[in-house]
Design a protein around this ligand. Structure first.
Ligand code: NAP
Length: 242
């Protein structure tokens, strides 16, 4: 399926990114595991084994992105699959949100996705093959009080996904987005208990998702079985948004 293909995964140190990296490695892919968190990233790559190598960079830095992706291509020869997964939250009610709170979330979640995609698309377009999977969020579809910056960034990722899908389709580079609901990770563990249980009430399947739930869809989208799917946004949310 994706055996021996090269997958670059951002934010691969923990949570959803680590889940996707492990799933892809089990399916035989070679993994360029990227993250800003060096300690956890190295440990995750080591746990995966010889199929994975760790690279540290901040996806919001144009210079770091271009330099490290050049290095990844030198070491792996190519990139077949890109998972734009790194992302942050900085939740606040709008009237308390500073321009810096706004900018950092947009810089990482949206501009970072653009910078990494631009660097990797150059390689994929040249070889007429590629799969790009952007990790958006249900919040980018429905919005959320206290997450105006995050919601705007993820809605941006969704529109970016559709534009890239149209732009790259003729070169057989497929671009799709996954919109997870509430997935148990470091990002959601920091939410107060009360907010977590309020979320759970909105989930018909009555459980939080796991990184593996998202990884299974990412694997499908990266595989030959998804060769006629592009420009789509698919939710993995236990039925929260329907
Ligand atoms: P996570 O466990 O915090 O993983 C995100 C990883 O990205 C962390 O290792 C983080 O490092 C890294 N990262 C942050 N900023 C970065 C940057 N500028 N450059 C490179 N790496 C960076 O969170 P997660 O829950 O797995 O989230 C993964 C993605 O899924 C995010 O895009 C998130 O918005 C999306 N998502 C999550 C949920 C959910 O319920 N968990 C729902 C919908 C969408 P640090 O820890 O050092 O910041």
């Amino acid at each position: 399926m994706i055996k021996e293909q090269v997958a670059l995964i951002t934010g691969g140190a923990s949570g959803i990114g680590a889940g996707i990296a492990k799933r892809f490695a089990r399916a035989g892919a070679r993994i360029a595991l990227c993250d800003i968190d060096e300690e956890t990233g190295r440990a995750t790559a080591q746990a995966i084994g010889e199929k994975a190598r760790f690279y540290k960079f901040d996806i919001s830095s144009e210079e770091e992105v271009d330099n490290i992706i050049k290095k990844i291509v030198e070491e792996f020869q190519t990139i077949d699959i890109l998972v734009n997964n790194a992302g942050i939250t900085n939740d606040k009610l709008l009237i308390r949100m500073t321009p810096d709170d706004w900018r950092r979330v947009l810089d990482v979640n949206l501009t970072g996705t653009f910078l990494v995609t631009r660097a990797v698309a150059r390689i994929m377009l040249k070889k007429h093959y590629g799969r790009i999977i952007n990790i958006a969020s249900v919040i980018g579809l429905i919005g959320n009080a206290g997450q105006a910056n995050y919601a705007a960034s993820k809605a941006g990722v969704i529109a970016f996904t559709k534009s890239c899908a149209k732009e790259f389709a003729r070169r057989n580079v497929l671009v799709n987005a996954i919109a997870p609901g509430f997935i148990k990770t470091r990002m959601t563990d920091k939410l107060p208990e009360e907010i977590q249980s309020n979320y759970l009430k909105l989930v018909p399947l009555n459980r939080f998702g796991t990184p593996e739930d998202v990884a299974n869809l990412a694997l499908f989208l990266a595989s030959d079985q998804a060769s006629y799917i592009t420009g789509q946004v698919i939710t993995v949310d236990g039925g929260m948004v329907m």
